[in-house]
Design a protein around this ligand. Structure first.
Ligand SMILES: *Cc1c(COP(=O)(O)O)cnc(C)c1O
Ligand SMILES: [Zn+2]
Length: 409
């Protein structure tokens, strides 16, 4: 296994591997994982890395796990599309979309769950618990099923039915908590401690971010190591945002690149504590979240410290978008690219559209929008702004009436 160590973001205390499982013993701060970059850069030649047939395992030399303990399903290796019709619509010549809805359980969270499972197996733990707005749950449940691990899930009462169904069909034990995500998070931590389950809570388990960073590394690989100008991601706990930065930071430590892209985080207006903290340069003040985008309906972002650092270091910034903007962006993205994203993922697209409208991006800039989950996970939300289908009798006369009155191609 790779050499790595952990370092507290707050008090900078270092831990060698196997010395610690979650957050800093001394101050409770989040831990970052670092490697022996000198050794890795000698062993791994950038030219050997290709964008043919790659996935999360392609980067196992930069992960804190044993490759053979990863689940058997293919995680990562998702496409980076050139989306030419969306480019035309928005006047952005170098826009790309990375579709992480194409992971095995249809969300970005598989990148983190894969690492949690490898870690649990290394530690000989066969029960993993997780609090989730829905995607981390279905992801942990699915990848656990593929690895003969038991999973225990805590979701808030607003979790979309499809995400619950996913978790249940994979065989997870599911607790639907009468409360919001932040409350499910806390009870999951308490229960994990009491019963000794391995815990996969975001912004607590330090290894998840390492799995998520592979999306940043894949983007680099797919762009032939040409660093994009901007990467736009949606934000709940802030772990994805921080992880994309970390992917590029590792690449910089390995001398693959000399610059890190500007990272732009997008929150829903009803759940934007990170945007407020970033704009006001204050600590994060938890709020009661309220948005249609369930996966980013987070009032107490747990990876805030890492996310704020990533924003500052990458010279990025935060945006917020209304539920209306999110649902409109969802429709535009689907209709102009064929990518059907869930509302939380569409928030990133809404951020892109907002920046393009306000001329905060130029037509030449190389921009990547990360789509973090599939629209099939929450059909109810998608239906909110859609027209009804045409209901007809099975005869051509009725059909023709509608076509001749209503259709313009
Ligand atoms: C979890 C999730 C996010 C937000 O990720 P954080 O790390 O919580 O900021 C965004 N989109 C989707 C689809 C998610 O499942
Ligand atoms: Zn500390």
């Amino acid at each position: 296994m790779n050499d790595y160590y952990l370092k507290c973001l707050k008090c900078h205390k270092k831990y060698i591997k196997d010395q610690i499982l979650y957050t800093c013993f001394k101050c409770g701060g989040l831990l970052d994982v670092y490697y022996n970059y000198e050794k890795i850069s000698k062993e791994i030649k950038i030219k050997k890395l290709t964008d043919k047939d790659f996935d999360l395992k392609t980067f196992s030399f930069l992960l804190p796990i044993k490759e053979e303990l990863l689940p058997p399903l293919k995680v990562g290796g998702t496409p980076l599309y050139e989306v030419i019709y969306l480019r035309e619509l928005l006047g952005l010549k170098n826009l790309y979309i990375k579709d992480d809805g194409l992971n095995p359980t249809a969300s970005f969270k598989d990148r983190a769950s894969a690492i949690a499972i490898a870690k649990a197996r290394e530690l000989k733990q066969n029960i993993i618990a997780c609090a989730s707005t829905g995607n981390a749950a279905s992801s942990l449940a699915g990848l656990s099923a593929s690895s003969k691990i038991s999973s225990i899930i805590f979701v808030p009462q607003n979790a979309p039915p499809a995400k619950l169904t996913q978790s249940l069909i994979y065989g997870a034990k599911v607790f639907n908590v009468k409360g919001n995500y932040d409350q499910a998070y806390d009870i999951c931590l308490e229960a994990s401690k009491k019963y000794g389950w391995y815990n996969r809570n975001t912004g607590f388990n330090p290894y998840l971010l390492e799995g998520k960073k592979t999306a940043g590394l894949e983007i680099l690989l797919q762009l032939k190591f040409n660093v994009p100008d901007k990467i736009i991601v949606s934000v709940g706990d802030g772990c994805i945002l921080a992880s994309i930065y970390k992917g590029f930071l590792d690449a910089k430590y390995l001398n693959w690149i000399s610059q890190i892209p500007q990272i732009i985080g997008v929150q829903a207006k009803g759940a934007d504590p990170l945007k407020r903290a970033f704009d006001r340069k204050t600590e994060v003040r938890p709020i009661i979240p309220n948005t249609v985008a369930d996966s980013i309906s987070v009032g107490h972002p747990r990876a805030a410290a890492q996310a704020l650092r990533a924003l500052i270091k990458s010279k990025g910034f935060m945006l917020n978008v209304s539920d209306q903007e999110i649902l409109k962006a969802q429709k535009i993205l689907a209709a102009f690219s064929g990518i059907f994203a869930e509302p939380a993922a569409s928030a990133a697209a809404a951020g892109l559209i907002k920046l393009a409208k306000n001329k905060q991006i130029t037509s030449e800039e190389k921009i990547v929008v990360l789509i973090t989950g599939s629209g099939l996970k929450d059909l109810n939300s998608a239906q909110k702004l859609l027209p009804k289908a045409y209901y007809i009798k099975p005869n051509l006369k009725d059909l023709s009436k509608i076509i001749e009155k209503d259709f313009y191609f």
